[in-house]
Design a protein around this ligand. Structure first.
Ligand code: TRP
Length: 352
């Protein structure tokens, strides 16, 4: 039976990119009941690798992310939701895994490379940031997770974890489990572009729709979306590829949305054909997208508002989840140290 683990950095509220890239899938997996254990981690320690001076931002966003989780339908009775920094075993595992990874291998990790550029670190890369793929391998292997539902940008992390597992198991003993990434079925969901057409929806780029956005914010944001710059007049033929409005429709639109909100068309292909021919204005398409997003996000926002009234419950839930998670990680750490032959005080003498 599968063991599933994922996580998010608490640097802000969760947005549509998180939702289609991974959150929705987690809730489906949870509801299928088809797993042995499922863990969802709030990766505050990873968030600190490039936010050392921003403790309050990270701390405040832990409850925000937990609220987003529960609002989307994650159920703490079925999944263990926990806080990364409260599991010290993860640091110990990382420390030993560091000996199995070379500096050049980390330098080649495409996600790390890209993030270093985005953050403008140049020659001043925090060591903790540079090595976070190793700590992420600890997150995954501590729970012996074999499935990790993530967006496309996390594939290099999973690959790096697999290499660490193989290296550990062949150097010491078969203790760790090689994980597999699970990407969204709909490839449009793997990397949702930003409202401005940037490659990724990301808080630091300010191009997000948040799960907690008000109905009015969503409407304004959809209206401001980047579309096809060559589609100047309604009559002009338009492009649907690389057009964020159509990419969002690819990710969210179902045939029944046409019956409900835009009955002049039967399905997305008809709408795309019309746009490509010319004669269909961006305003109509955006209005349709707005209706779809409003209907998807309204129940989430409403549940979130109710949950936010009882932060005491969120605190207890996270504390309990973290205690449960630590028991599992501690067990794996014992196996790791035994495999390495460094569990000295399990016996009576140091020298075998
Ligand atoms: N790196 C992930 C992100 O930025 C967060 C994360 C930390 C994670 N540890 C993980 C995801 C383990 C999956 C598994 O979103």
């Amino acid at each position: 039976m599968d063991v599933v683990l994922t996580g998010d950095r608490p640097t802000g509220r969760l947005h549509l990119g998180h939702y289609v890239g991974s959150l929705k899938r987690r809730v489906e997996m949870q509801n299928s009941g088809n797993y042995k254990n499922m863990y969802v981690m709030i990766a505050d320690a990873q968030a600190l690798t490039d936010n050392a001076g921003n403790i309050n931002k990270v701390r405040d966003n832990i409850s925000e992310v937990a609220l987003d989780y529960l609002a989307c339908g994650l159920d703490p009775e079925k999944v263990t939701i926990f806080i990364q920094s409260q599991i010290p075993e993860l640091c110990e595992l990382s420390f030993y895994y560091m000996n199995l990874v070379t500096v050049s291998r980390l330098q080649r990790n495409p996600t790390v490379k890209n993030e270093i550029q985005l953050r403008g670190f140049k020659q001043s890369i925090p060591v903790g940031f540079f090595t976070y793929p190793i700590s992420q391998a600890a997150d995954i292997t501590a729970f012996k997770a074999n499935l990790v539902p993530v967006g496309e940008d996390q594939l290099p992390m999973i690959e790096q974890t697999r290499e660490i597992v193989r290296s550990f198991n062949s150097t010491y003993k078969e203790v760790l489990v090689e994980p597999e990434a699970i990407l969204p079925e709909n490839s449009m969901c793997s990397r949702l572009p930003g409202l401005d057409g940037a490659a990724k929806m990301s808080k630091s780029l300010g191009n997000c729709i948040y799960l907690s956005d008000s109905s009015n914010d969503i409407k304004k944001k959809v209206q401001s979306m980047f579309t096809d710059p060559t589609h100047l007049r309604v009559e002009d033929p338009g492009h649907t590829e690389n057009n964020p409005v159509f990419i969002y429709l690819d990710a969210f639109c179902k045939d029944e949305h046409f019956a409900a909100f835009l009955p002049a068309y039967q399905n997305l292909q008809e709408l795309k054909d019309h746009y490509q021919r010319g004669g269909l204005g961006d305003g109509t398409v955006k209005k349709f997208l707005n209706e779809i997003l409003q209907s998807e996000l309204k129940p989430i926002r409403e549940r979130r508002e109710v949950l936010a009234q009882d932060l005491g419950y969120i605190f207890k839930m996270l504390k309990h989840g973290s205690q449960k998670a630590e028991e599992v990680a501690a067990q794996t750490l014992q196996e790791v140290k035994t495999a390495m032959g460094i569990n000295y005080f399990n016996g009576n003498e140091l020298n075998k």
